[in-house]
Design a protein. Structure first.
Length: 450
């Protein structure tokens, strides 16, 4: 979902701004959002989830008659607002109805009955949770889900999550306490006044200092890696590379003349000699290509040859490229909002255009790009001068470019060149990032916004 998919309503339920995307209708939950906003004056964001943990948590009472779920003495209770570790957190549970808009009266009654709680469970359904900012609502949603999962597992162990433990928690005798603990003043009455219901909280500065840039607010040029960013690593390594190996000999036989073979042999031999350390390698195009591919060497000659083999595969229809579902939507957003998108990959520009021109789910995406860079046009991706060269080529100050890659070494090179926004992409199958060094995104849509 992007901004163009959103309805903007006033507190009288009138549509102030309709979504630009045609054919959309308001959620059945719409009236329930208003119930929360009417009953909780400080709430500005409501989240509704159908998580497995929240649904199963409503079934911990096998009679399904309980009106609340009780949890106590878990550290994450601090994350849901208005509660301390040793408080008894009571989350109200209402019975489900055939349609969500029928839950209005039950939801309102539960909110009024439990003023300290920032959430309501719906039996066999899910959770409604809110906060005084979207950040707080998200944090509390994650904290509640953790608590629900803990309660389920505790029940499996025969432990009542709502029972105060007799041992296992440090206790200080009243006579040993020289002074009361220094805690922030909590608000009385309604929940969620400031982060975790602490007074005097103002997070406007946090909103402005979000470490992940928002485009086009923070920058209008986006530079993207391919593997592990726009496209799964498994597609490249399990589909493209094996295809090039399998069809290399037949491609050379039918598409490359003697002069071209000699040129390839000379260039590949030179590149292998530079890394082989004197190791003897058969002076044959196929053997040299396999030697470089076995070592994942970013060879310009190899990439050129691979690109031509892939072109034949795409042309014949044997190959269709993978892109993540969020990527076409991100490209659309960037183009509509004046953000220029560039690709920088060790794969040749020709191979890049083949991939994005023949995607399996989105067709031809090439019209969304402002340009492409590869090793011959920019340089190696782990060297800082390459990023300086790209900035100069597109005539943009380097600090105004957002660069997204899955590889820390590439981000380090870009940062050392002066890039202000270097973002690490986290996708299924990517290498573990280890210690976090750069801001991370799990979807490129996280960059979209105003």
């Amino acid at each position: 979902m992007v901004g163009d998919d959103v309805f903007e309503l006033d507190m009288e339920s009138n549509v102030v701004v309709a979504p630009k995307t045609p054919g959309l209708r308001q959620s059945a939950c719409t009236r329930l959002w208003y119930v929360v906003f009417e009953e909780r004056a400080n709430a500005t964001c409501v989240i509704h989830t159908h998580s497995m943990n929240s649904m199963l948590a409503t079934l911990l009472d096998p009679t399904e008659e309980s009106k609340t779920l009780k949890i106590t003495h878990l550290e994450m209770i601090k994350g849901v607002g208005n509660h301390a570790y040793d408080d008894i957190l009571e989350i109200p549970i209402v019975d489900n109805r055939p349609s969500e808009d029928m839950l209005e009266d039950q939801l309102r009654e539960a909110i009024r009955a439990f003023p300290k709680c920032n959430a309501v469970l719906v039996r066999r359904h899910g959770l409604y949770v809110w906060g005084d900012s979207w950040e707080q609502a998200k944090t509390q949603c994650e904290s509640f889900d953790y608590l629900f999962e803990s309660a389920i597992k505790m029940k499996e162990l025969g432990i009542d999550p709502g029972k105060i433990p007799k041992v296992g928690t440090f206790r200080v005798l009243e006579k040993e306490m020289s002074s009361p603990p220094n805690k922030k003043q909590k608000t009385g009455g309604n929940a969620a006044a400031g982060f975790n219901a602490s007074q005097g909280i103002e997070n406007a500065e946090d909103l402005q200092s979000n470490e992940v840039p928002i485009m086009p607010r923070d920058a209008k040029v986006l530079l993207l890696d391919i593997e592990g960013c726009t496209t799964s690593i498994s597609f490249v390594h399990s589909v493209l590379f094996p295809y090039a190996r399998e069809h290399l000999s037949s491609y050379l036989e039918t598409n490359v003349n003697a002069t071209q073979k000699e040129q390839y042999l000379k260039a590949l031999s030179k590149e292998v000699s530079a890394i082989s350390g004197g190791e003897s390698v058969k002076q044959d195009i196929v053997a040299l290509v396999q030697y470089l591919m076995d070592r994942d060497v970013k060879s310009a000659t190899l990439k050129d040859l691979q690109g031509k083999i892939w072109k034949a595969g795409y042309t014949s229809g044997q190959l269709k490229a993978h892109v993540y579902d969020d990527f076409p939507l991100t490209l659309q957003w960037m183009k509509q909002n004046g953000v220029r998108t560039y690709i920088y990959s060790s794969g040749s520009i020709g191979a890049q255009k083949l991939l994005f021109g023949n995607t399996e789910t989105a067709g031809n995406l090439l019209d969304h790009f402002a340009g492409h860079f590869d090793i011959p046009t920019a340089g190696p991706k782990k060297e800082a001068p390459s990023y300086t060269k790209i900035a100069k080529a597109i005539d943009v100050p380097i600090e105004e470019i957002v660069f997204v890659s899955d590889l820390k070494a590439e981000l380090e090179a870009a940062a050392s060149a002066g890039m202000k926004y270097t973002i690490q992409s986290i996708r299924p199958g990517n290498a573990p990032i280890g210690k976090k060094q750069f801001p991370t995104v799990h979807s490129l849509l996280q960059l979209c916004g105003k």
